[in-house]
Design a protein around this ligand. Structure first.
Ligand code: PLP
Length: 382
């Protein structure tokens, strides 16, 4: 406890980079698809070899370790974890199978993720639920007093994107979780952008939705649920042999899984999370918060581009609004020519919050200041 926090956080970034033999120097899209560590790749590739040598079924891996590492992200139990092929698929399994009675009121934020909003609208139309937009401030951050009022007026379920795709605001998940628990209302925390990025423990959610390839830096093609608050009203939308017997769900979150899956990718995710836990989540989170602040201070005002979230927001997901005459798509193309990978968040990512595409910059741990300075030059030169 003697070294100053800045040293620890810089160390976490250096250690993260040291775990990768190849890390494209201009990669600034951790929120889109991050760079896996060597051991993560090895876990995937080794299992593919094993499947070929032994046969896919005889090589069936024991995923208990992977489930335990994922569960540790929220303090849940291994049996609370279900794998899916993406965050979207995990959310669809969770909400699609939730037997809320007709007339149920489901609360969501303006910042809600595009595919979750489409899903909620479809389910609301089919099952006679009502969607209730929860109050938020000008930054899109949940208004806790407003939430308390809506909860006491009656909600059946609340969904919250801990960090959304289109801005770097970190929702006050612990306070939201406490209010929901006090009101006896289940909370679904979409942590696709927050696992591996900010602290997710302490939210006390009923269910968490995650994805592998973003801040956890696992392989593509894997998502997951962590469901510590499973109730009999919660089942998969359709029974499957792996998770059900005679149509009745098996105990635990396995009810959300099918039998057939990319086992190598699931093992790879387990390895990625193991690495994250070994690096020290607190140090990684603090490092990413520092990196986000540095990124915003470096880019805000460059060529007239403006950072959209508060400059000191403790996340490394940074979004920018173009000046007149420039656009996110054009800036991304210029960045690509300069060897920098950034992304564009189209309005469909958050239909209630965005009217125009925004530029999204999300540096992986250990990104050097020179890379951010190079992007600032790209934004200024057009
Ligand atoms: C990426 C993302 C998802 C969906 O995850 P996929 O694995 O892409 O399906 C959900 N919510 C948020 C906030 C995301 O950023």
């Amino acid at each position: 406890m003697t070294s100053p926090p800045t040293t620890d956080t810089a160390c976490a970034g250096a250690a993260w980079r040291a775990a990768r033999a190849v890390l494209p120097s201009g990669h600034l899209d951790a929120a889109g698809c991050n760079v896996p560590a060597d051991r993560t790749l090895d876990a995937v590739i080794n299992h593919l070899h094993l499947e070929r040598e032994r046969g896919g079924y005889p090589a069936e891996p024991d995923l208990t370790g992977a489930r335990a590492t994922l569960a540790a992200l929220t303090g849940a139990a291994p049996g609370d974890v279900a794998f899916a092929e993406s965050g979207t698929a995990a959310m669809a399994a969770l909400l699609g199978g939730w037997r809320l009675p007709p007339g149920s009121r489901v609360g969501h934020l303006r910042a809600e993720y595009g595919s979750t909003l489409m899903l909620l609208r479809r389910l609301a139309a089919d099952r006679s639920w009502t969607l209730v937009e929860l109050p938020a401030d000008a930054d899109g951050r949940a208004d806790l007093d407003g939430l308390r009022e809506r909860l006491s007026a009656g909600l059946s379920l609340v969904t919250v994107p801990h960090i959304a795709s289109h801005h770097g605001v970190v929702q006050p998940a612990a306070a939201i979780g406490a209010l929901c628990r006090a009101a006896g209302v289940p909370l679904v925390l979409d942590a696709c952008q927050s696992f591996g990025h900010v602290d997710v423990t302490g939210a006390g959610a009923t269910a968490y939705v995650g994805t592998s390839r973003k801040w956890l830096a696992g392989p593509r093609g894997v998502g997951f649920l962590i469901v510590p608050g499973l109730t009999p009203a919660m089942d998969a939308p359709f029974p499957a042999l792996h998770g059900h017997a005679d149509g009745v769900p098996l105990p635990g979150a396995v009810r959300y899984e099918g039998a057939e899956a990319a086992m190598a990718a699931r093992l790879g995710l387990g390895e990625a999370v193991r690495e994250h836990l070994a690096l020290g989540p607190a140090a990684v989170h603090a490092h990413l918060a520092d990196l986000g602040r540095t990124t915003r201070r470096t880019l805000d005002g460059a060529g007239g581009w403006r950072v959209r979230e508060p400059l000191d927001e403790p996340s490394a997901l940074v979004t920018l609004r173009p000046p007149p005459g420039d656009s996110a798509a054009d800036a991304r193309a210029r960045a690509a020519r300069a060897g920098l990978l950034v992304s564009v968040a189209p309005a469909a990512r958050a239909p209630l919050a965005l009217t125009e595409p925004v530029l999204r910059v999300s540096p992986p741990p250990g990104t050097p200041p020179e890379t951010l300075a190079a992007l600032a030059r790209v934004l200024s030169e057009r």
